[in-house]
Design a protein around this ligand. Structure first.
Ligand code: XMP
Length: 523
């Protein structure tokens, strides 16, 4: 594996993904991982990521004691990127200084200055790269050579061939770095001589083998399907091994989109051939939500309702199932360095993931999480394999929150016809997005039912009816997001389709808030 030590750069996950795109398995560890932890994974190459710190700030992340002795002894090549390169220089006795005027940010032109391992024959070769730094290397440690400089004369690439230590001041992992991927490949294959043997077919085989080895021949396994791609792919993979010993449940909590229950059950049964029990809990759930206005109270009620249904389902077996399948993804389990501004001493952030609405600990299942080392796009690739054969429309579905439409009807969900109106509006909105060929360009799109009325005129009549807000965002992981810039023609079409198609709506507004400061959902 190629290990990536994370010093908090927004691009760290991208490095890990780029490595995998080149068929090398990557593993992300927090930048302050101990040497024991690093050794345990037996890395064949190590990349030190970028990060927001300067090596001179107090508590700036360091390499663990004994790191250099270990990599030298094991002949493990190390590539420092941005902060990672400054860390190499600083910790080996070179000099890093803060750039007095501006640092270099964004697209920058660099030139290789001499023959090198990193660039091979590309001497005196110019390329445009993505730079983002406020510190620069002023003096190299012993044994290092500068092998590329920027137009301003800053050293942007260094190497110590003997000790297999390399550094890049820019980000080779981002698309704007012209030959960045070529340089990463050179590091992985030319220098670290790693085999290109990681691919999604092998992941499928390995995960299936793990399940055969873990689950006994008499054991039964349960899985809650949400209607999303992650739980479906996880279930399919397990189903391939266990067949009828896997039992899936899909809960209709009354907060689903237009015809969602029928549609996903059709996909589960007729396309994925998964054994699924559908449980209709909508009446009970809506009763639970009655009168609740506070978003957190609503979420809690929904989570508790789900657990109750799931518990009953689990208890309904003669022999209690010992295992539970979850579609947890790698970004949910990665321990990351805290973002800038957060106390560095605090323990690593492990994103709380709301898979299956937070099942209680006393359910006492052993978890089967076949996707826990995969990124979302890798899960999609897995689902597309002929062995799993998940339909493309299902693979590319937008994410949908566990609490469903309840977080999109602001305030009391059970008052009046809000849920029904929202279902109709949402359906028109999504269909229009599909008609305009925009569905796959958008991370998530949905409508929100607002608890206000506005005055309008429909036909010759004055109306006092509902207002809906439309939201569409682009994002790579849901952690940050930008609103989607629809063309006026689209907005015009969707607005008139909604007002004409749904009688009780007389006003449509478009949400132009990014995340932060907004969140994607309204509640
Ligand atoms: P926010 O609104 O926090 O949403 O910006 C980020 C992403 O997470 C989804 N989301 C949830 N998913 N249970 C879930 O399973 C939840 O309680 C929940 N809240 C938000 C949201 O749809 C978006 O994709």
């Amino acid at each position: 594996i190629c290990m990536v030590l994370d010093y908090g750069s927004q691009y760290t996950q991208l490095i890990a993904r780029r490595v995998r795109e080149n068929n090398v398995c990557s593993l992300l560890l927090p930048g302050d991982a101990t040497l024991e932890r690093i050794k345990k994974e037996r890395p064949q190459a190590i990349i030190l990521s970028g990060g927001p710190n300067s090596v001179h700030t107090a508590n700036a992340p360091q390499l663990p004691p004994g790191f250099y002795e270990y990599v030298q002894q094991e002949k493990i090549p190390v590539l420092g990127v941005c902060y990672g390169m400054q860390l190499l220089v600083h910790s080996l006795g070179g000099k890093v200084e803060t750039v007095e005027a501006d640092g270099e940010y964004g697209r920058t032109s660099i030139r290789t200055t001499q023959a090198s391992e990193l660039y091979q024959e590309e001497t005196d070769h110019a390329q445009s790269v993505w730079m983002s730094h406020g510190d620069k290397v002023a003096e190299l440690p012993e044994g290092f050579h500068p092998v590329a400089t920027s137009e301003k004369g800053t050293i942007v690439a260094i190497e110590n061939k003997q000790k297999l230590l390399y550094g890049l001041q820019y980000h080779p992992e981002v698309q704007h770095s012209e030959r960045g991927i070529a340089t990463l490949k050179r590091f992985l294959f030319g220098i670290a001589k790693m085999p290109a043997d990681w691919n999604i077919e092998n992941v499928l085989k390995e995960e299936m083998d793990k399940i055969s080895a873990t689950v006994g021949p008499e054991d039964h396994v349960i899985c809650a399907l949400s209607g999303g791609v992650d739980s479906a792919v996880a279930a399919l993979l397990v189903h391939k091994v266990l067949k009828e010993r896997l039992h899936c449940v899909f809960v209709d909590n009354g907060l689903l989109r237009y015809k969602e229950g029928e549609r996903v059950m059709d996909t589960f049964k007729n396309h994925l051939h998964l054994p699924v029990t559908k449980i209709d809990d909508s009446k009970r759930m809506l009763a639970r939500l009655k009168g609740l206005k506070d978003p957190e109270a609503k979420r809690k009620a929904i989570g508790a309702g789900f657990i109750e249904v799931f518990n009953d389902f689990a208890k309904g077996f003669e022999r209690k199932p010992r295992f539970l399948v979850q579609g947890t993804l790698y970004p949910d389990v990665i321990e990351s360095m805290p973002p800038p501004g957060k106390d560095q001493k605090h323990s690593h952030m492990i994103k709380s993931h709301h898979n299956v609405g937070g099942l209680p600990k006393d359910l006492q299942f052993t978890l089967i999480e076949p996707l826990r080392e995969l990124f979302k796009d890798e899960v999609r690739a897995l689902g597309r394999l002929p062995e799993l054969n998940v339909p493309e429309t299902f693979i590319t579905r937008h994410p949908f929150p566990g609490p469903g439409l309840a977080v999109r009807v602001l305030g009391d969900v059970t008052e009046g016809e809000a849920l029904d109106v929202l279902r109709q509006v949402d359906e028109i909105y999504i269909n229009t997005i599909r008609d305009f060929g925009l569905y796959d360009k958008i991370w998530q799109a949905f409508a929100v039912f607002l608890p206000v009325r506005s005055v309008g005129v429909q036909g010759d009549q004055r109306t006092h009816s509902s207002v809906v807000a439309l939201r569409a965002v682009t994002s790579s992981d849901g952690m940050t997001a930008d609103w989607y810039p629809f063309e006026p023609k689209f907005l015009q079409t969707v607005s008139s389709r909604i007002c004409n198609g749904v009688r009780s709506v007389n006003r449509v507004v478009y949400d132009i808030t990014s995340k932060p400061p907004g969140t994607i959902e309204w509640e």
